[in-house]
Structure formats: C-alpha cells, structure tokens
Design a protein around this ligand. Structure first.
Ligand code: UT7
Length: 326
C-alpha cells in the first residue's frame, strides 16, 4: 500500500488481442446442428467465430494478447505490477488463470487475480485496476479479457451454441499524474442477482462435480440488455456532463447486433460511432470489448484524445460502463 495522497489517472498505454486459429462459419454449424446461415446472421449479426483447439486455453490466449499489449505500450514485462484477468472460463477452478499468465510472461512482482462478472467482466476489471492505480497500489496494470466459452457450450443446444466464440484482448493501464485530461474518466458498475436464472452455467465446484453448460433465456436477456445498456450509457453521459454527441466511439459488449441497434435507437446515438465485431468474433463474453478495442485501434478509428465509452451487460445480471479519454 502506498500512502502517498497523490491521485493518479489511469491512461491507456497499449492494446493487444489473440484469437484461436480455427474459424467456424455459420455454414459449418449447419452441418452439426439444426440451424441455418440466414437464421444466425439475421437474428444476431454473427457470420463466424473462432473456436479454441486443444492446447489453446484461456491463459494461453490471454498471455498472447497481454504480451502484444505490453509490446504496444513501450513498457517491459517487468514494469507490470498488477494483472486482472476477466474471465468466466478459467483454465482450472484455481489457482487464478491470471497467475498462469503472470508466470508465462515472466513477471515476478505485483499481484494477479481473476475477475468474474461474465460478459461485463472487462469493465469490472478496468474499474478495479483504475482504483488500484488511483490509490497507488499499482503503476502499470494489465487488464485482460480472455474466454474459451466453447468449452462450456452445449453443442446440441442450437439456441446457444451458435452465439459464442473464443478469444482474448488486453490493455495496459498506467498511472499518470500529468495534467492532461487523458485516461479513465468514470466507471459505473451494477449487479442485480434476481436475474441469475436467465443466464447461468448449470454446474460448478460447489454444486456439482461437473463444470456444466451455459443455459440462457435469450429473449429475457435481450430485453434487459437493451434497457440496462441504454441506462448505463445515459448514466455515464450525465455523470460527465456530456452530450451523447460528444462521445467519439462506443465500444459495447458484442452479444447481438440487434441489441446494439436497439440501444443506439433508444439513446439516439449514431450507428457510425458504434464499434461492431460480433460478425467475426460472435459473443466472446469478457473478451469482446478488448477484442473490439484492438480492432478499432488497428483500423485507425480510435485515436489519442478520443472519448471512448465502453459498456457491457451479462450474466448476474451485471452491467456497467467506463468512459476513457484515449
Ligand atoms: O452476452 C450475454 C448477454 N446475452 C445476450 O445478450 C443474448 C440476448 N439474446 C439474444 O441475442 C436473442 O434472444 C437470441 C439470438 C438468443 C435469440 O433470438 P430471438 O429472436 O430472441 O429468438 P427466439 O429465442 O425467440 O427463437 C425464435 C425461434 C424459435 O422457434 P419457434 O419457437 O419460434 O418455432 C427457436 O426455436 O428461433 C428458433 N431458434 C433457432 N432456429 C434456427 C433458436 N435458435 C435457433 C437456431 N437456428 N440456432
């Protein structure tokens, strides 16, 4: 613990991503489950997804994304003193997969842990890293979202198996005391456990000897997602005394293109400002936002100085937003 009373701001220094090699298209899925290319694309916007092969794990994908983010930040691995891995699909029940990533990156100092807030995990992890930086507990934090949802999918359930993919993304957040307005400007998090049975996994260490499979009431989740994401956007805008048009880029959790369109319509934001990657990644849970950020940065969309609003909603329910001046 650092008792220095100076308040730091967390600025984004680097981004990175990692995807499994194997691409599974909608057409591929029609060979194994009673579905059609049209149904999947029209109802979700998904065209293809990456699926982890044997040997590709949450920690291996996460470590690759993290290494790219560190390289991109100009820092050394030894500069990292905090690793938060947002995931619901850890390699094992314990230890935290974040410590496996720490080890594979050769990092020997600081602390590492997993954050479990399902599809909102990346936003929850940024909030935790930002707070650790602000109180002086960390200077350079790796915030990673990495998932292998293919391993908890019931591949006979057409209502869910077409929706998810695997992958990882990461950012480096660093303490900065410069007077510029860059960095994390606000975090707003929410949970409401009354809706746990609309999206859950039917197994786990304390209730069953099996890891279990993902179960979802899609329509129920859809309705809440539109409402909660819209209210999260408005909350962030109002808190920061902004107008919706002041935001340069919206990076939502990528679950369904129709959810993103409905939210855009509800809060009156321009579709051109919404980063969409669900077509090629499908729903990668906690990895979807950093994967989308990485794409947007690589494509030259998100640039230094831009106001970027991250928003997510998922199982729990848990939802929230982070506003960053890039
Ligand atoms: O990341 C966490 C948050 N998760 C989400 O945000 C997911 C939210 N929910 C959704 O994205 C949508 O509800 C789904 C994409 C999951 C489903 O779309 P929907 O428009 O709500 O469809 P539905 O579940 O009401 O199903 C409509 C029909 C049903 O047939 P009947 O009963 O009308 O005859 C389903 O059996 O579509 C059928 N169906 C399928 N047909 C072909 C369900 N899955 C499939 C499929 N292929 N894969």
């Amino acid at each position: 613990m650092n008792n220095d009373s100076k308040i730091f701001r967390s600025i984004v220094k680097g981004v990175g991503a990692s995807l499994p090699k194997k691409i599974v298209t909608n057409k591929d899925l029609t060979m194994t489950v009673d579905t059609s290319e049209e149904w999947i694309e029209e109802r979700t916007g998904i065209k293809e997804r990456r699926i982890a092969s044997e040997g590709e794990t949450t920690s291996s994908l996460g470590a690759e994304a993290a290494q790219k983010a560190i390289n991109n930040s100009g820092l050394e691995n030894s500069d990292i003193d905090l690793i938060i891995l947002a995931t619901s699909t850890p390699d094992n029940t314990f230890p935290a997969s974040a410590t496996a990533i720490q080890s594979s990156l050769g990092i020997r100092k600081g602390y590492a842990y997993d954050m479990q807030a399902v599809c909102s995990g990346f936003v929850f992890a940024i909030e935790a890293a930002d707070n650790a930086i602000k109180v002086g507990n960390a200077k350079n934090a790796l915030v990673i979202g990495s998932e292998t949802f293919s391993r908890i999918i019931d591949w006979d359930d057409r209502g869910t198996c077409v929706l998810f993919g695997d992958g990882a993304g990461a950012i480096v957040l660093s303490a900065s005391d410069d007077a510029s307005n860059r960095g994390v400007l606000s975090n707003h998090l929410h949970s409401d456990g009354r809706y746990g049975d609309l999206l859950y996994v039917d197994g786990g260490p304390s209730t069953s000897s099996q890891v279990g499979f993902l179960r979802m009431d899609g329509k129920g989740v859809f309705k809440h997602a539109v409402h909660n994401l819209s209210s999260a956007i408005i909350e962030a805008i109002e808190y920061n005394n902004l107008n919706i048009n002041d935001i340069d880029w919206f990076v939502p959790h990528q679950a369904n293109k129709r959810i993103l369109e409905a939210v855009s319509k509800k809060v009156g934001l321009s579709k051109d400002k919404v980063i969409i990657t669900v077509d090629k990644h499908a729903n990668t849970s906690a990895a979807s936002i950093p994967l989308a950020i990485n794409d947007a940065v690589e494509e030259g969309k998100i640039k230094p100085g831009d106001l970027v609003l991250l928003e997510a909603m998922g199982g729990g329910f848990s939802w929230g937003s982070t506003l960053i001046r890039w």
